[in-house]
Design a protein around this ligand. Sequence first.
Ligand code: GAR
Length: 186
Amino acid sequence: MENKILTAVFISGKGTNLKKLIQLSKTKKSPIKICLIISSNSKAEGLKYSIKYKIKKYVIKKNDKDSEIKILKKLEINKISFICLAGYMRILSKKFIKNFKGKIINIHPSLLPKYKGLNTHRRVLENNELYTGCTVHFVSRKLDSGKIILQKKIKIYKKDNIKKLNKRVLLEEHKIYPKAILKIFS
Ligand code: GAR
């Protein structure tokens, strides 16, 4: 695909979803080209993909107005018009979201609108849910509440614990995140 949409991925941790998005971005059919990785954590494991795939990175640890202005500047310099949040553990300001209205998507490890916020697997298990899953959605001003793009439901087994659930849900995240991007631009 010519004229790919220049995209930034925001991370804070392992970056396994980032890796899958980069792999998509390297394919011919991909509508996006990942050219910037933003991390809120200088020790994020996912930053290794910046080296491996020669993608620019920008680490910004602080979480204040000034930091968002700096991020916006980086996005502008790199002509970014699409943002994928992939385990980014910061809440973007309303102003930032307005600036990129309809151009920010996120992956969340639950069947939204259920279990917004943190510690989803723990809460799902505590509530003896029969199913959980993951969701790719547009980012709106309310946390984990924007329009759903794709969702995958998985069964919870009696033997499941947080670690097992995290592993199985993450495997599904890796499948639906690239699919959701293809869906948006199809
Ligand atoms: C993923 O499970 C993602 O859904 C979750 O963080 C993990 C990041 O893993 N995101 C959130 O909880 C956002 N509220 P990764 O760094 O290996 O992609």
